[in-house]
Structure formats: structure tokens, C-alpha cells
Design a protein around this ligand. Structure first.
Ligand SMILES: Nc1ncnc2c1ncn2[C@@H]1O[C@H](COP(=O)(O)OP(=O)(O)O)[C@@H](O)[C@H]1O
Ligand SMILES: NC(=O)OP(=O)(O)O
Length: 318
């Protein structure tokens, strides 16, 4: 099973974003993941970095004139280490509490994207904190930046988010899993790189969507289940309106209908729904979207939004 933790679930809207707050959110998620592992699931873990990478950019921009700011992909690598460390430590601590005899390892993961991906000309990935419309418009006028309103939560800067094509470290990740390690991989969607004709890699300024990257990771390590843990318990239709309706267990076809009707936010719920639909369409057994603290209940079919190939598979879980 591949489990992805959302960056906004780790640094939650309304929280200041201190290390202690983020660690507490990671610990909650790790307790759930450890219970999944304790009940027999083999898990590979991934995570987002949208809020963290945007905050790091702000810190770099506000830094000293004597120290050069780092480009976006280096910020991505830094947040991969930062959040990977929190997951690795927290999960390891829970393992020791529960007497689970496994090591947790975080891998620096590079993900290949296409140099000519149209996302480079059309930024859609929200990063960093939420601001007012006034502050966002000021930033758009004064700097060469793109901003969007993000799912009724406020305005956020957006950056290029090319489609993940290939995970560079897949073979090593598979080997670590086969040797009974719990691996944290492809954090923040992976560090975006392009590959030249001589197989040489170099970083590009972007943030890959972690939901799309985790789907790729899930497929490359032959996971049967994809579970995306975020800050809402269910995917909804008519989200944020009085007609909002939470979705439970449904087929790919049903989810695709809602997708076509435009119910899912760009850069937030949209890529999660795309990832789960594509995963099951491509042979995955089941895909789940739910909140960070409900992983265990979700795997038992008691909560969350779940996608299966057809009605028979839905009935088996429901
Ligand atoms: N149709 C929808 N149903 C549920 N949540 C939605 C929907 N459309 C947009 N969202 C927003 O998506 C958010 C989760 O996406 P995101 O912030 O990218 O999470 P994460 O960082 O955890 O991956 C929710 O908090 C909600 O505001
Ligand atoms: N990289 C990424 O998609 O992060 P979030 O899940 O935090 O948005």
C-alpha cells in the first residue's frame, strides 16, 4: 500500500506552522500508519510539501544579502529532508512503542519531468501560506508571480507543476521494501529533474504534485492500494456550498462523472481525484482519500472516499 500525507494536513490552515505543530500532526498520522503496518499491510510512505516549500522560499527571499537564495528545486529537496525526518523519527518512535521490528528510511527521491511540459508556462500548484486577495494582488503587481484563490481558504502563490514521468530511485526503493524497511519516498512530489540524451539529470524550478507522484510511486512498487491522507475526511461534490455532499465508496465511472462536472479544486482536490482514478484504472485494487487521523477506519471501509473498479468491488468493501 502507498500512503501519502498532505502538506496542508501537516501544516494546517489556521496553525502558525511551528516545528512543534507540524511534528504533532505528523505523529498523529504515523500512529495510524503504524497500526496499518501492525495489522499486516506493507506500506510505502510519501508526503506533500506545498505549505513548507512556499514558506521556505519566503525565508530565502527575506534572507541576508550575503547568502544567495536557493532555487525552488533545492527548496523542494530541503523540505523532502525536513518532512522525511519528522516522519522517519515519529514512525520509528511508534514502532518502538508497539514493538514493531522495522527500520524507517527516507530516500532523497528525484522525479523526471518533461522539459517541454506545458505546466512551465501555466503555473497551477499552490505553495506557502494563505493571504488576502489584497495582499495577493499586490504581490502579482509588484513581482512577476502568479496567485490563485485556493478552495475558499485564501490566496496562494502558484508555481509550475509538471507531470511526473519516472521516479529515478525506484529500484533502490523496491530493494529497501523487499528487505523489510518502511521507506519514505518521493516526498513533496519528488525533486523535479529533467534528463538529457546522455541520461544526465539536472534540477528544474517546479513543485511536482505529490498525489500524482505518489500514484506513480504506487505503480512502480506494485502497490495494491493508494491512500491519500489530507485535511478533510471525504471528497465532496458541491464543495463549500449549502448543497455539499460527501462521497463514500464509488466506482471509477461515477467519480469520472463528478470530475467532468468540475467539482474538484485545481491544485487541491483535483489532482487527488485524478491520482486515485488513474491508479484504479491502471489496475490498482482500491484507492482512498480521507483525513490524516482516519486511515485505519478507512481501510476497514468505515469512512473516507474510496474508488473501486466496479460495483462488485464497491459491494465487497461497503
Ligand atoms: N470537492 C472537494 N471536496 C473536498 N475538498 C476539496 C474539494 N475541492 C477542493 N477541496 C479542498 O482541498 C483541500 C485538500 O487539498 P490540499 O490543500 O491540496 O491538501 P494536502 O496538502 O493535504 O494534499 C481541502 O482542505 C479542501 O479545502
Ligand atoms: N507537492 C505537493 O503536492 O504538496 P502538497 O500535497 O502539500 O500540496
Amino acid at each position: 500500500m502507498a500512503v501519502a500525507l498532505g502538506g496542508n494536513a501537516i501544516l494546517q490552515a489556521g496553525q502558525e506552522g511551528t516545528a512543534d505543530e507540524q511534528l504533532a500532526n505528523v505523529k498523529n498520522a504515523c500512529e495510524q500508519i503504524a497500526k496499518l503496518i501492525d495489522s499486516g499491510y506493507e506500506v510505502v510512505v510519501s508526503h506533500g510539501n506545498g505549505p513548507q516549500v512556499g514558506s521556505l522560499l519566503i525565508q530565502h527571499e527575506a534572507g541576508s544579502d550575503e547568502v544567495p537564495p536557493m532555487p525552488l528545486e533545492i527548496c523542494g529537496a530541503q523540505t523532502q529532508g525536513q518532512i522525511g525526518y519528522m516522519v522517519q523519527q515519529s514512525l520509528g518512535n511508534v514502532f518502538r512503542e508497539l514493538d514493531i521490528n522495522k527500520n524507517v528510511l527516507t530516500t532523497v527521491t528525484q522525479v523526471v519531468v518533461n522539459e517541454d511540459d506545458e505546466a512551465f508556462a501555466n503555473p497551477t500548484k499552490p505553495v506557502g501560506p494563505f493571504y488576502s486577495e489584497e495582499e495577493a494582488k499586490k504581490a502579482m503587481e509588484e513581482k512577476d508571480e502568479n496567485w490563485i484563490e485556493d478552495s475558499g481558504r485564501g490566496w496562494r502563490k502558484v508555481v509550475a507543476s509538471p507531470v511526473p514521468q519516472k521516479i529515478v530511485e525506484t529500484e533502490s526503493i523496491k530493494e529497501l521494501i523487499a528487505n523489510d524497511n518502511v521507506v519514505v519516498a518521493s516526498g513533496g512530489g519528488g525533486i523535479p529533474v529533467v534528463e538529457d540524451e546522455n541520461e544526465q539529470l539536472s534540477g528544474v524550478e517546479a513543485v511536482i504534485d505529490k498525489d500524482l507522484a505518489t500514484r506513480k510511486l504506487a505503480e512502480e512498487v506494485d502497490a495494491d492500494i493508494l491512500m491519500i491522507l489530507t485535511d478533510v475526511p471525504n471528497v465532496a461534490i458541491n464543495f463549500g456550498t449549502p448543497q455539499q455532499e460527501n462521497l463514500g465508496i464509488l466506482t471509477i465511472a461515477e467519480m469520472e462523472e463528478y470530475q467532468a462536472e468540475g467539482h474538484f479544486g485545481t491544485g487541491s482536490m483535483g489532482p487527488k481525484v485524478q491520482a486515485v482514478v488513474d491508479f484504479v484504472k491502471n489496475g490498482g485494487e482500491r484507492a482512498i482519500i480521507t483525513s490524516l487521523d482516519q486511515a485505519l477506519e478507512a481501510i476497514e471501509g468505515k469512512t473516507g472516499t474510496q474508488i473501486c473498479a466496479d460495483k462488485d468491488a464497491v459491494n465487497q468493501i461497503a
